[in-house]
Design a protein around this ligand. Structure first.
Ligand SMILES: Cc1cc2nc3c(=O)[nH]c(=O)nc-3n(C[C@H](O)[C@H](O)[C@H](O)COP(=O)(O)OP(=O)(O)OC[C@H]3O[C@@H](n4cnc5c(N)ncnc54)[C@H](O)[C@@H]3O)c2cc1C
Length: 373
């Protein structure tokens, strides 16, 4: 079934910018492009009716990196590149909060703790290493002590021995992922940006004179859409449209328990350099990650659950109420890609594990590129 005259005329013809992907990056880019080019017709296409990508399936950490994760980044990329990356995350978070406000995001700066339930061994930073990390990150956070060593057993409702160390990061927080997505979509609508869900872009043909996309549209079959320029903001799936992009999907499994009467844990939790994460949602626990174990889904979920019970024995008999999986966009490098892939086709992908933090910054950079000429 082809698009009607009205469908074509209202939404699909004469489009100045098509953004593929209605996640944090795509919507931010569309909103910024609108403010720089008020007369552009901007359309955001998404294959999924609700979201489908990391933006609606994440854990809601407004984080910029646990101490051990940042230490690893410094070792892998060097101090300067690692600091640039953490600065982008920090700026992205400040942008997010100032654009929407904490209430609309369900955001609280509740602090995070990094726990070492398996002992942690040599990867627990020494007092000297923590001081060095704090000095390194101070130009970004403006704080003398971004990370503070504490005793894990001082945390409420946790099973920890008196000798167990934890690292508190008071500047990190948590948000309500659903509210965040709703806030993005509402802002895009008020700016006159059309978000068309249920349209999957299958191929892109990018030329100097403009771009053509072959799409499959819910109940319509295949069709073709043209636009002056395109932004590919499909993160983990970027290489399915542009194979030369160094980005691959990395699956993360997540669950949320049923309500636990009397349970209250105040912080976000990082374990194993950020590969495992847990957080309270009212009196439930969300737990996820574990891809570094290299296990299948069932085994990963089993291990995550036993880690949860070890840390919070009160969860032992509590059923899992929700479980899902989502895809991170990762590659050889942890930095996002913002790159021209054809005369009028830009890609902004590979957000890694902290796309809430970095997504707005990347979307803004993408919009600046797209509006250069
Ligand atoms: C389980 C999980 C937990 C996470 N937890 C956190 C966290 O706590 N904190 C944090 O900062 N980050 C977290 N992240 C990462 C973060 O969610 C992502 O980095 C971020 O949301 C990526 O945003 P995006 O806009 O680049 O892409 P996405 O949100 O993935 O959006 C891409 C969109 O493109 C659409 N799409 C894909 N292919 C096509 C196509 N061919 N045609 C049309 N549409 C297409 C998809 O349907 C999707 O809606 C997590 C990710 C996952 C998976």
């Amino acid at each position: 079934m082809a698009f009607s005259y009205w469908e074509s005329n209202t939404w699909l013809e004469g489009v100045d910018l098509v953004v593929i992907g209605a996640g944090i990056v795509g919507l931010t880019a569309a909103i910024h492009a609108r403010s720089m080019r008020p007369h552009w017709r901007i359309v955001v296409l998404d294959a999924d009716p609700i979201g489908g990508g990391g933006s609606t399936r994440n854990a809601g950490f407004s984080c910029f990196g646990s101490a051990t994760e940042l230490q690893q980044d410094r070792q892998s990329f060097g101090d300067e590149d690692a600091l640039n990356l953490v600065r982008k995350r920090w700026q992205g978070l400040q942008n997010l909060r100032s654009t929407f406000g904490d209430d609309a995001l369900g955001h609280t700066v509740c602090g995070s703790v990094e726990l070492f339930p398996n002992g942690g061994g040599t990867c627990i930073p020494s007092a000297q290493e923590l001081q060095d990390l704090n000095r390194w990150i101070q130009p970004v956070t403006g704080q003398v002590e971004t990370f503070v060593q504490i005793q894990a057993h001082s945390l409420p409702q946790i099973n920890a021995k008196s000798e167990n160390t934890a690292i508190l990061s008071p500047l990190e927080g948590l948000l309500d992922t659903g509210k965040m997505n709703r806030a993005f979509k509402s802002l895009a609508h008020t700016k006159g940006i059309d978000i068309l869900a249920g349209i999957r872009v299958e191929t892109i043909n990018s030329a100097k004179s403009g771009c053509e996309m072959q799409v499959s549209a819910f109940s319509r079959g295949n069709a073709s859409i043209t636009a002056t320029r395109i932004l590919v903001a499909t993160n983990a799936l970027g290489a399915t449209l542009i194979p030369e992009l160094d980005v691959q999907p990395a699956v993360n499994h997540v669950f949320v328990t049923d309500r636990i009467p009397g349970f209250h844990f105040p912080h976000a939790v990082h374990i194993d350099a950020g590969y495992i994460y847990a957080r309270p949602i009212e009196n439930r626990i969300l737990m996820g990650g574990g891809r570094h174990w290299g296990l299948d889904e069932a085994e990963t979920r089993k291990r995550l659950k036993s880690m949860m019970i070890k840390l919070w024995p009160a969860t032992e008999a509590v059923p899992i109420a929700y479980q899902w999986s989502g895809q991170l966009g990762v590659g050889k490098n942890r930095s996002p890609i913002v790159q021209w892939c054809g005369p009028n086709t830009l890609a902004a992908v590979r957000m890694g594990g902290m796309g809430i933090a970095i997504g707005m910054e990347v979307g803004r950079l993408a919009a600046e590129e797209l509006t250069k000429n």
